[in-house]
Design a protein around this ligand. Structure first.
Ligand code: FUL
Length: 423
């Protein structure tokens, strides 16, 4: 069946153009090497020795991230801001003598460094006694959401994680009213009235084809159930993945290899999805040196591959109802092995297939979607003119840029995260 044409909002297009965000998983779990804290670890254990949110945000910027998402509250219910809703927060910890606010420090660092700020507020709460009574819990959660939507300036993204919430009934209409009133521009991840969706795995990998218009999406890593929408929605995917095995910092964990991160980059950003890479701060309250170093290596390799762009002049040659032919002119003959294409999405995602040919007619690469951006690789060759055939009514290309990366090899993904619930 044909996917209906649903147009993106300007906010969704702006979010897609940011391409890379960084997740910060931080909380009591960090101090116990836990992933899903039970909800009764004493707040007194939250004691980062050198917390520096500017270091977090500048590390994210080193990667090229334009937004961050902080776990304001994870499943254990511990709040990283001094909420009025529970004593289970930084206000009951020794950090900054109980007068600290991690969310405020991250928001201020974002403001200083020109990075957009977002937060994760776990619906599932293992600490709040109210959780067993959905109506009472709605009051608590709505107030937490209100505090976060009103106390920290502009919010770019709100992350509603489905994990642990399977079967629980929340008053999403009420929550969405709070967001609409205070942060109408915020992208809404996954639940409520989403504007962006989960990619369906925690490996950072988008499946081919990446469709922005969907009528259902996956709910969480711990159920095969999906959510069906009443009508098809424009919901671009976000690929969340941790630089480490775990989402939270743990002593015996370490960063993924450069090859693995490159594979993730090509299979997320390179496929037209956003990448949300998790960088977990350690017990000092700093992104570990080895993780920051690995990110710099990744950035250096991406700069090496994509640092010398040859932008092509894009011309439409002919068009029928189903397809269009384009030429991409590099101005002079060059040795190239990568092509970065961007679809103009203002009138919707229209490209349903593409074929890239050299001027001798050889097909270099073909595929199903281009979307916000698509990175194509092919064996190195000399070329000035490339021909591109696009399937799809009124398909529009907005950018074609060629590169000589010195390789057309895209690393394989060697490691897939488990979908088992953490203990
Ligand atoms: C999952 C959670 O259960 C993990 O702990 C983590 O927060 C990840 C981003 O989402 O579903």
């Amino acid at each position: 069946m044909d996917t209906p044409l649903v147009l993106p909002t300007p906010g969704q297009l702006a979010w897609q153009r940011m391409r890379i965000g960084v997740f910060f998983h931080f909380g009591l779990n960090t101090f116990h090497g836990l992933e899903w804290g039970p909800g009764d670890i004493p707040a007194a254990d939250f004691a980062p020795s050198d917390l520096d949110a500017d270091q977090w945000v500048s590390t994210a910027k080193d990667l090229g991230a334009e937004y961050v998402v902080i776990t304001a509250k994870h499943h254990d219910g511990f709040c990283l801001w001094p909420t009025s809703t529970t004593e289970y927060s930084v206000a009951s910890s020794p950090w900054r003598d109980g007068r600290g606010d991690v969310v405020a420090e991250v928001a201020a660092a974002c403001e200083r460094q020109g990075v957009r700020f977002g937060f994760y507020l776990s619906p599932w709460d293992r600490n709040a006694p109210q959780y067993q009574d959905p109506a009472k819990y709605d009051d608590l959660y709505a107030e937490q959401l209100r505090e976060l939507c009103t106390g920290y300036g502009g919010v770019s993204e709100i992350w509603f994680d489905g994990a642990g919430s399977e079967g629980h009934v929340y008053d999403w209409a009420r929550y969405m009213e709070i967001v609409a009133e205070h942060q109408p521009e915020a992208m809404i991840f996954n639940m409520g009235s989403p504007t962006i969706r989960w990619v369906g795995n925690e490996d950072g990998l988008a499946a081919d084809p990446v469709d922005y218009v969907v009528s259902e999406s996956d709910f969480s890593n711990y159920t095969v159930e999906s959510v069906a929408y009443e009508e098809a929605l424009y919901l671009p995917p976000e690929c969340d993945v941790s630089i480490r095995r775990g989402w939270f910092w743990a002593e015996d964990d370490g960063p993924k290899s450069l090859d693995h991160l490159l594979a993730i980059y090509y299979r997320s950003v390179g496929m037209g999805a956003n990448l949300l890479l998790n960088l977990p701060p350690d017990t000092r309250g700093l992104i570990p040196d080895e993780d920051a170093e690995r990110l710099r290596e990744l950035r250096a390799e991406l700069d090496r591959r994509f640092g010398a762009p040859h932008r092509a002049v894009v011309s439409l040659v002919s068009r029928s109802d189903e397809a269009s032919e384009w030429t991409l002119d590099l101005g002079e003959e060059r040795e190239i092995d990568h092509l970065w294409l961007e679809e103009d999405l203002v009138d919707g995602q229209r490209i349903r297939g593409f074929e890239l040919r050299a001027d001798d007619g050889t097909v270099l690469v073909s595929g199903a979607r281009i979307g916000a951006q698509r990175i194509l690789t092919f064996p190195s060759r000399r070329a000035r003119i490339l021909a591109l055939r696009l399937q799809g009514d009124q398909a529009q290309l907005s950018n074609a840029t060629a590169f000589q990366a010195g390789t057309s090899h895209v690393p394989e993904v060697a490691y897939l995260a488990s979908t088992d619930a953490p203990a």
